[in-house]
Design a protein around this ligand. Structure first.
Ligand code: ATP
Ligand code: MG
Length: 506
């Protein structure tokens, strides 16, 4: 017998002029994994923030175990058994893990004294439950994103929730951490906890979810059982139309060698003797497991980390790169993985963010031309379908995926010679992905050389001209797209003996 634990009906929410939710309803059953799917800006995060009491709805009703929830707040939701882990971890970086966990739940003893030992032991138990090997005394700010996320989950589990909400929990996780998370979800489900799961990854939807509710444009479109739905049907529900080809048809026209890296090593980054070449108009896919050293290599190449040995040549000339400024001066741009942290000024409007790195393009006589800034930003926002009423909106108010798009636009606009993209479509919905792919293809067509780091095999196979696979800080193999198979890439990624196919010019 299924039993409804939480029911939200006709929830509406506007932020100023933006109608984020236009009457959304959702029903959660006990012990189910209920996915919420939809494009960037569809309203997923807003909905769950309302359920968790972090955002107040304009109207609508929430019932938990049949009882109407009045004056919802984070404390109230928590006491009713609704736990949440947000899209971005929000721990206090200067507090220890144990303190962060304690902040949410701990009851003080009457004298207001803290029992440090109990606090640490309690944290240890919770951390063990989520399979995290983290010291309770470690400062939260020193943890990796994956570890921070586990702490957030541990924190949420502390209140023994009946409903645990996870907003894109795997977006920043590697394979192993993601598997660990899937195990936690399965455990919770086995204990009859309801899990609400938001993701843009279809494999996860099909693997984990029992049912899915699709949101589109602030409306709940449909709730379906996962067994009775296909990926294409889901895409149609999410996008509202049939999606044609996701990957652009490219006929790469390769020019001269733009970049040559010879045996680049960086001890601090764990990068060992990486060599590669990149030609004009080429998209070099960089595959590998998380932690294989791809980002570390990119950071060293870009001048964000020290290089111990090796040589970098740009258009045949040896260059010295000691800082990001050197790289930018040489025509290299790097779009990092964690774009929220490195890519955007959240308090500034979309327009200013888009043009932040290309001010000379929109200035004349040292003066910023606001009309040009506006037009350039509009152009990019339109192409990448950034969902916002105008480019004057503050970037911090955009949905997670839309922030990603603006950060990407900022670097694309610099029109570098060499563009390094780290996980360019992470957190981006299926419709917008196609647009970003065609934009990347267009840049390559105009002669840019592109290194695309990606953990998404379909993306690697669909976009690359050549695929370089890293494992343990080294190049494990290089294959031409026409010869590559996902199995081959995976084999290299797992660190099987390097077997560079002939004629790949490394
Ligand atoms: N604090 C805010 N102020 C203004 N607008 C907001 C605010 N929070 C959300 N919005 C807007 O509400 C809409 C829904 O955003 P929401 O974050 O719920 O989307 P989402 O479905 O979670 O998208 P994503 O997949 O990109 O995370 C977006 O248009 C967003 O810009
Ligand atoms: Mg979101």
């Amino acid at each position: 017998m299924s039993q409804v634990v939480l029911e939200a009906s006709n929830i509406r929410k506007s932020f100023g002029g933006v109608r984020a939710l236009k009457g959304v309803s959702l029903e959660l059953q006990r012990g189910e994994v209920h996915a919420i799917a939809g494009e960037n800006g569809a309203g997923k995060s807003t909905l769950i923030k309302i359920l968790a009491g972090a955002v107040e709805a304009d109207s609508g009703e929430i019932r938990v175990n049949g009882q109407v929830v009045e004056n919802n707040s984070p404390e109230k939701a928590r006491s009713l058994g609704v736990g949440i882990v947000y899209q971005q971890p929000a721990l206090f970086p200067d507090l220890s893990v144990a303190e962060n966990i304690a902040l949410a739940g701990e009851r003080k003893n009457p004298w207001g004294r803290v029992n440090w030992r109990a606090r640490r032991e309690h944290a240890t138990t919770l951390l063990q439950r989520v399979g995290a090997r983290i010291r309770p005394d470690a400062l939260a700010g020193e943890l990796t994103i994956a570890e921070q996320q586990l702490v957030e989950i541990a924190k949420a589990l502390d209140a023994t929730p009946q409903v645990l909400i996870l907003d894109e929990p795997t977006a920043a996780l590697g394979e192993q951490d993601a598997e660990n998370l899937f195990r936690i979800v399965a455990d919770l489900k086995a204990q009859q906890t309801t899990v609400v799961y938001i993701t843009h990854r279809f494999e996860e939807l099909f693997r984990l979810a029992d049912r899915v509710t699709v949101l589109r444009d602030g409306n709940s479109i449909e709730t379906r059982g996962m067994t009775g739905v296909t990926k294409n049907e889901l895409i149609r529900l999410m996008v509202g139309r049939e999606l044609t080809a996701v990957f652009p048809d490219r006929l790469p026209d390769l020019g001269k060698t733009l970049l040559e890296v010879r045996a680049l090593s960086s001890r601090s980054q764990g990068v060992k003797s990486v060599s590669l070449t990149l030609r004009q108009g080429e998209i070099l896919g960089m595959a590998g497991l998380i932690g294989s050293g791809r980002t570390q290599f990119a950071e060293a190449l870009f001048g964000l980390a020290p290089v111990d040995s090796g040589e970098v040549l740009i258009e045949g000339k040896t260059v010295q790169i000691r800082s990001a400024a050197d790289s930018i001066g040489l025509g290299i741009a790097y779009v990092p993985e964690d774009r929220r942290k490195h890519g955007l000024v959240l308090k500034m409007p979309i327009a200013a963010n888009t043009t932040l790195s290309s001010l000379s393009k929109i200035s004349s006589g040292g003066l910023l031309q606001f009309v040009e800034e506006h037009n350039a930003a509009c152009d990019f926002s339109k192409r990448m379908s950034v969902k916002a009423p105008s480019v004057n909106c503050i970037a911090g108010n955009l949905s997670g995926g839309n922030q990603q798009k603006v950060a990407l636009a900022r670097w694309l606009m610099t029109e570098p010679k060499i563009l390094i993209l780290d996980e360019p479509t992470q957190g981006i919905d299926v419709g917008a992905k196609a647009e970003i792919y065609s934009l990347i293809a267009e840049l390559a067509e105009r002669g840019m050389g592109i290194i695309m780091i990606s953990s998404d095999m379909t993306e690697i196979m669909g976009m690359s001209d050549r695929i370089l696979v890293m494992a343990k800080g080294e190049v494990a193999g290089v294959v031409d797209r026409c010869e590559a198979t996902p199995e081959m890439v995976l084999e290299f990624a797992l660190g099987h003996p390097a077997r560079v196919l002939e004629g790949q010019g490394v």
